[in-house]
Design a protein around this ligand. Structure first.
Ligand SMILES: [Zn+2]
Ligand SMILES: [Zn+2]
Length: 232
């Protein structure tokens, strides 16, 4: 099947995202934008994934369960699972590698854990936009080993992109790389290039998306589908 996917969306849990980014709002906007499969990818925290799963199930929206982990070098990496339990386990491990600095909502914004319709049930305690103590070179194999699709985020962006923070894109077995602008053909022939919205506000959902040909929205099927995007 032909499918439109957006696998980089933040909920209100990310301090930099709008508080109206509740699971139901995200799913409603994704439906309105005619996306076929979406992923929730908050910064180094997975506490809104259960409500996201519920919102997707209610609306009949296919989804992946993810997070955007930040490495010791402050490079962002999308880790995407087709299984909620695996995502929660991996996400809890990532969160435990964040420094113990508490969030200051005045400075960075709130980090609410919410129900499907955005009712606040708690807050993530640690500041989620910090880097973990896991290096990029360790995080990529850890994510793959845990069963995730591993996709370095916005590799061409100055803030928290692999190329600007590491000086180059290491030759690791990513499933794809996410880019915002034009990509060096050498990179695009080596790794599939995907474009996602990196939404922090409802209006941003599907502002960038990727069209793929896939059998299913499972990790193995998507891994295979991404290969179809390689520059020949
Ligand atoms: Zn990012
Ligand atoms: Zn992001």
């Amino acid at each position: 099947m032909n499918a439109f996917i957006d696998f980089h969306i933040h909920s209100c849990l990310s301090p930099c995202a709008a508080l109206e980014m509740s699971p139901r709002t995200i799913v409603a906007r994704a439906k309105a934008a005619r996306l076929d499969c979406i992923a929730l990818t908050d910064h180094s925290c997975v506490e809104n994934l259960p409500a996201f799963q519920q919102a997707c199930a209610e609306a009949g929206m296919a989804c992946l369960y993810g997070l955007e982990a930040s490495t010791a070098e402050e490079v962002h990496v999308l880790c995407l699972f087709d299984n909620l339990k695996l995502a929660l386990d991996f996400g809890h491990m990532i969160y435990s590698h964040l420094p113990d600095q508490p969030n200051d909502p005045e400075l960075f914004g709130e980090q609410p854990i919410v129900t499907v319709d955005g009712k606040v049930t708690g807050f993530a305690g640690k500041l989620l936009i910090n880097g973990t103590d896991i290096s990029f070179f360790d995080l990529v194999p850890m994510a793959l080993e845990a069963g995730a699709l591993c996709i370095p985020s916005h590799i061409d962006r100055a803030m928290c992109g692999a190329i600007s923070h590491l000086g180059f894109l290491p030759g690791l077995p990513y499933d794809a790389v996410e880019a915002v602008g034009a990509v060096d053909p050498e990179i695009a022939s080596r790794w599939p290039v995907v474009r996602f919205s990196d939404s922090h506000h409802p209006d941003q959902i599907a502002r960038r998306f990727t069209e793929i040909e896939t059998e299913a929205f499972t990790v193995p099927a998507l891994r295979e589908a991404f290969r179809g995007l390689l520059l020949k």
